[in-house]
Design a protein around this ligand. Structure first.
Ligand SMILES: [Zn+2]
Length: 381
């Protein structure tokens, strides 16, 4: 845009020069034209860059700055808060919403969010980034996988939430009402919770009747540097039906017409720098792709798309011994783990029910009958 501005102004100037060159002193004319050129450029680019304040939670964020918010969420008995950073670019552009810590024991995305405070420069940004640093502070401070100990609810099964409900429902409601509708694009960042041995991937929502936002989500998911992209096929899902709760944070965005991506990066509730960095790089790449920052997005060569997943669940309560890890390729019939009772007697041997890649595997010993042991992604050639 900037280059076009200057070309237009140069064109105006040369036109002026040729028009009047026969009649007036050339030096004087050059001076007038140079002044015209700068004023013109300034006003052209100011008009194109014009960026307003971004009003959020009762505060106006100035263009080219960032603001941190600590948003109190409370009911009669208990209180929590949501830490949010708003980066408001100098130039206008889309609004990207990012949530970390919807599961507060998933540290890689939470630590990536902390790094983004320095990584995203609002002076260099086009548009706005709303970054929820830790959506589920109750789960984070309580060191609680899956659920918020304040009300024992899973935030990522609580959307769209309820402003008059339990504390987790109120958190979901704030995100649904005050953040998601402001966004042009949305990313919910997760990693493997305490027992989850996950492989890194991005995932996008797909719906047959929402082709435009589905394909926009697909492009987002492709431009974040992951080798594997999972397709969340939602056409027949109950949570996409009108009036049904959307349950998941990013599904709420998708339901409201916003291209939405999930990422999973990190495992077993651990802090591993390589996964933190991968998330930072992936979100940076997405900002480049969305032209909110200057730079080239990273696209993995030969991305594998996973359109079908197979889930295998436990037939016993006891100890699970995995023989594979997240990211391993398996063939149908391959031995992938076994289950013992509380006296170390083998009760079941688990064989892969399909060929594919292990997206998720239970990575710690406790297992309850009916729980998911493994999710295998089926890759079509
Ligand atoms: Zn999660």
């Amino acid at each position: 845009m900037k280059i076009i501005d200057i070309q237009i102004c140069k064109y105006d100037m040369s036109l002026l020069m040729s028009h009047f060159s026969e009649r007036v002193d050339k030096t004087m004319l050059r001076n007038i034209c140079t002044a015209f050129f700068f004023v013109g450029c300034l006003s052209c680019s100011t008009a194109l860059k014009a960026q307003h304040f971004f009003d959020f939670n009762g505060k106006s964020v100035s263009p080219g700055t960032k603001e941190h918010f600590t948003i109190t969420i409370a009911d009669q008995d208990t209180a929590t808060f949501i830490p949010v950073t708003v980066f408001h670019g100098k130039e206008s552009g889309p609004v990207l919403g990012i949530t970390a810590g919807v599961h507060g024991y998933e540290y890689a995305p939470i630590l990536a969010g902390q790094k983004l405070i320095k990584e995203i420069d609002p002076e260099e940004l086009r548009g706005t980034v709303i970054l929820v640093q830790v959506a589920n502070v109750g789960s984070f401070l309580g060191r609680s996988p899956y659920t918020n100990p304040l009300d024992d609810r899973n935030l990522n099964r609580s959307f769209p939430g309820d402003a008059e409900g339990t504390i987790t429902e109120r958190v979901a409601s704030f995100i649904s009402e005050k953040i998601i509708p402001r966004c042009t694009y949305f990313v919910d960042a997760h990693s493997g919770d305490a027992p989850e041995d996950l492989m890194p991937y991005s995932a996008y929502y797909q719906h047959d009747k929402k082709e435009d936002i589905s394909s926009k989500g697909r492009e987002m998911a492709k431009h974040m540097g992951f080798d594997h992209v999972i397709v969340f096929k939602t056409t027949d899902k109950d949570y996409m039906k009108k009036g049904a709760p959307s349950l998941y944070c990013s599904a709420q965005a998708f339901k409201w017409g916003i291209p939405a991506v999930d990422i999973e990066c990190g495992r077993l509730g651990m802090v591993e720098e390589k996964f933190v960095e991968k998330i930072v790089a992936g979100l940076g790449s997405l900002l480049n792709y969305l032209e909110m920052t200057d730079g080239d997005p990273v696209v993995s060569q030969g991305i594998a798309f996973v359109e079908e997943r197979s889930y295998m669940s436990s037939s016993y309560t006891g100890f699970f011994y995995p023989l594979k890890s997240g990211g391993d390729y398996v063939r149908k019939g391959m031995k992938i783990g076994y289950i013992t009772d509380f006296f170390n007697k083998t009760r079941d041997v688990v064989y892969a029910d399909t060929s594919g890649i292990i997206l998720y595997m239970l990575g710690t010993p406790p297992v309850n009958k009916g729980e998911t042991l493994v999710a295998i992604g089926i890759i079509k050639e």
